[in-house]
Design a protein around this ligand. Structure first.
Ligand code: SAM
Length: 326
């Protein structure tokens, strides 16, 4: 049986599936003008998602992350979570969400089979939150995170994009937040995309300086699990929470890549910043195409490059992360 291993010996137990390109936020570095539908055919439906996930699972994928766009805007999210988590071989079902709808839906997602939750939260300051996202929803998001902490998830993580001059003074506030909470915050280095060049020049901040501050404050690097995300994770005996750093511009970032992506329209993307997609949708229309689908995924994996071209300013096909699934 074929498996998801590329020519550099990397294996890919982790699939990130975008459920939609639509988003209800207007984050300054991603969709500052909000989401505008482009009139092209709509996003993968439940049956297509099931076939896709079965094929990846047959190739050894065991962890799936549902993302977008904003996945919670899908009305059929609960059936999607249930279907995906029922696929043999899938052990972990995670979601990345802006968290606005958590108070309303998190229990149902958990009951449907969600095992891990990532919530984007770039700041602990409600007023900054409103400026960053275009919405005054800090209270809902943080309330939703508190609810999630009582629901027995394998992990609850927060994502904060590091922004020079905007949120790079909040480490002390995050330390307070993490003291008693079993949460991991991931600080993500701002990535340059096709649409955010000017914003990137102004606000990109290397994560190295942050890691130095962590080490000085007594935080220590932890070992990485095989299906872990891209973060380098730190812990500290005085805190229940953990801190992760995602540094896509760092030297070995791509060597540790264990992720493949499928867009909301069914294109396989071998890299977030690759310059081509491989259409899978035509093979998602019938169970009869299962073998062809498995073969196409594993053949295409041979084309995965050793690394992205971000250092050369090559952002590939990605105008913004909402278009491919961040
Ligand atoms: N809407 C969901 C959310 O807000 O988490 C999922 C999609 S969003 C594109 C996924 C993650 O990508 C978010 O944590 C967001 O902050 C991050 N992101 C978006 N654009 C980014 C960029 N240019 N650089 C780094 N992270 C980015």
């Amino acid at each position: 049986m074929a498996s998801l291993v590329d020519r550099f010996g990397r294996s890919f137990p982790y699939l990130r599936l975008s459920l939609t390109e639509a988003c209800n936020y207007r984050c300054s570095y991603c969709l500052p003008d909000g989401y505008h539908p482009d009139g092209r055919p709509t996003f993968l439906v439940l049956e297509e998602i099931q076939r896709l996930v079965r094929a990846f699972a047959a190739l050894g994928m065991s962890k799936i992350r549902l993302t977008g766009g904003e996945p919670s805007v899908r009305k059929d999210l609960v059936p999607i979570i249930a279907a995906v988590s029922a696929v043999p071989g899938v052990r972990k079902v995670a979601i990345t969400t802006n968290g606005t709808l958590l108070p309303r839906h998190i229990r149902a997602w958990r009951e449907a089979g969600l095992t891990a939750l990532n919530v984007s939260l770039d700041t602990l300051d409600p007023e900054r939150f409103r400026t960053f996202t275009g919405h005054d929803r800090f209270a809902e998001v943080t309330e939703g995170v508190e609810m999630a902490l009582g629901l027995g998830f394998d992990s609850v993580k927060l994502n904060a994009v590091l922004l020079r001059g905007r949120n790079d003074d909040e480490l002390p506030a995050w330390f307070d937040y993490l003291r008693e909470r079993d949460v991991a915050i991931r600080f993500i280095e701002l990535m340059r995309t096709g649409d955010n060049r000017e914003f990137f020049e102004r606000h990109h901040l290397r994560a190295d300086a942050l890691e130095e501050q962590l080490v000085e404050a007594g935080w220590r690097l932890r070992a990485r699990a095989p299906d872990a995300g891209p973060a380098r994770e730190y812990s500290h005996p005085g805190y229940r929470g953990r801190i992760g750093v995602i540094a896509p511009y760092s030297k070995d970032f791509c060597a540790g890549c264990n992720r493949l992506r499928v867009t909301a329209r069914g294109d396989l993307r071998l890299c977030l910043f690759g310059d081509f997609g491989i259409g899978l949708r035509e093979l998602l229309q019938s169970d009869d195409d299962f073998d062809a689908l498995v073969a196409r995924i594993s053949t295409q994996l041979g084309l995965k490059a050793a690394g992205h071209g971000l250092h050369q300013g090559e952002t590939g096909l990605t105008p913004h992360l909402a278009s491919i699934g961040g």
